[in-house]
Design a protein around this ligand. Structure first.
Ligand SMILES: [Mg+2]
Length: 226
């Protein structure tokens, strides 16, 4: 065994966030009488992306973002719908989703007896807590760190400080982070001085200066590394 602590990103590493958000959006649009066409969804995703960029730059807080994205969306497509209701409904539906990345559950089953597993997510507590509180998921993890709850996100050092304090300050050489995001997961881990494993299922080109310690394109490949 090369590591004792495995820090797992959640969205698009263990959970299929893209499938979940697609499902929750489709359902929300239908319930509010908005055409769930792919064109409309693309418009929403573009607006959502701009809102998250504003959030990351500190120009918008989350309380604003959760409804603003639907407000901008209904204005853009020119329908009269309850944007605030849609914002709430979307997050509720998202929190109830259970789409996993292929191989995630067998991987956790295999690792849990021999390693300390931890969730490190930049997700929202009202989405992540319900998803992770199910006993069939929570049983795997020694700790669950959610950025919104601690007020700082990956890749910032403070997020990792908080994580290390929570898990009893292990030796950094005993810890590896596994995630799909080159900035938040891999740069974050690299800057903190721990090994990193980039989960890159679509074999995207790495055009950044971040150098993951390992790269995998299926989750089962992690077993050979840890
Ligand atoms: Mg992710």
């Amino acid at each position: 065994m090369n590591y004792r602590w495995l820090l797992f990103d959640l969205d698009n590493t263990l959970y299929d966030f893209d499938a979940a958000s697609h499902f929750a959006l489709h359902q929300t649009l239908e319930e509010y009488g908005v055409d769930p066409s792919s064109g409309n969804k693309e418009i929403y995703y573009d607006i959502n992306h701009s809102c998250w960029t504003a959030f990351e730059n500190g120009a918008m807080d989350f309380k604003t973002l959760r409804n603003k994205r639907f407000e901008l969306f209904v204005n853009e497509i020119g329908v009269n719908a309850d944007a605030s209701g849609m914002g709430n409904r979307y997050l509720k539906l998202l929190s109830e989703t259970d789409f996993k990345i292929e191989g995630a559950m067998p991987l956790l089953d295999h690792l849990e007896p021999n390693y300390n597993l931890v969730v490190v997510t930049n997700g929202l507590k009202e989405v992540k807590r319900p998803q992770l509180s199910k006993p069939e998921i929570s049983k795997y993890f020694k700790a669950i760190i959610i950025s919104e709850e601690i007020g700082i996100a990956k890749p910032h050092e403070g997020f990792f400080d908080h994580t290390f304090n929570t898990i009893g300050s292990p030796d950094k050489s005993d810890v590896i982070i596994i995630g799909d995001n080159l900035n938040s997961d891999i740069r974050g881990g690299q800057d903190y001085g721990i090994d990193t494993c980039w989960f890159n299922p679509n074999q995207k080109n790495n055009a950044t200066d971040v150098k993951p310690t390992f790269e995998i394109d299926t989750l089962d490949q992690l077993l050979k590394i840890v």
